[in-house]
Design a protein. Structure first.
Length: 204
């Protein structure tokens, strides 16, 4: 094979890898068809120092009893939320509101930073942030298909792996791979949202 042919082959191989990684990256909500479906779901959230429990209750529209703090120095918050199948989008989503706390930048950027990968919010929202404004938005959640009792939304962090999440939450790697359509457990994307199947409401 000549030099040009080798370059073309390398280029096509790289494109293939990029496409495969993108296709396996579950950054969009789960599809659904039963718009009457309502279930209990969980959301894993790692707050910043400024996001106190009071702020988190406001961000997720929940009561104190809906929030559990994970120990072992991980500083994660587990939030119980009702999840439903959106009738206009046919996606599993849960509603909440966000109170703008400063006059700085766009509402879209502020929401994306605050919820750190959990929000389903249109990038077409271009208005500027105004302190005190209340913004309605959706968060990505999931209802079980019957193979497990609950689904938890989880944004993959540096250092996470399918194996470590399986051990941490007491679920098999196979189940995490099945619900997320993962064919290669070593090919996960940092910052992408994945769903963790749970047999029991550990933080209910």
């Amino acid at each position: 094979m000549d030099h040009i042919g080798e370059q073309i082959l390398i280029f096509l191989s790289v494109c293939s890898l990029i496409f495969s990684s993108s296709a396996a990256n579950p950054t969009t909500p789960l599809n659904c068809t039963d718009t009457t479906r309502l279930c209990t779901s969980f959301i894993a959230f790692k707050p910043t120092a400024e996001q106190t429990l009071q702020v988190i209750q406001s961000m997720f529209d929940v009561l104190p009893q809906d929030i559990t703090i994970e120990g072992n120095g991980r500083n994660y918050i587990f939030i119980k939320k009702n999840c439903s199948c959106s009738s206009d989008l046919n996606k599993y989503l849960t509603s909440t509101t966000f109170t703008v706390r400063e006059n700085n930048g766009s509402v879209y950027d502020m929401v994306m930073r605050a919820y750190d990968g959990l929000a389903y919010f249109s990038s077409n929202v271009t208005r500027e942030a105004r302190k005190g404004a209340v913004v309605s938005l959706k968060l990505m959640c999931g209802c079980s298909s019957g193979l497990w009792n609950y689904l938890m939304s989880y944004v993959m962090r540096d250092g996470d792996s399918i194996e470590s999440l399986a051990s941490r939450f007491g679920v098999s790697m196979d189940r995490i791979e099945t619900v997320n359509g993962i064919t290669n457990p070593d090919n996960v994307t940092i910052g992408a949202l994945y769903y963790i199947p749970l047999n029991s409401g550990l933080w209910a």
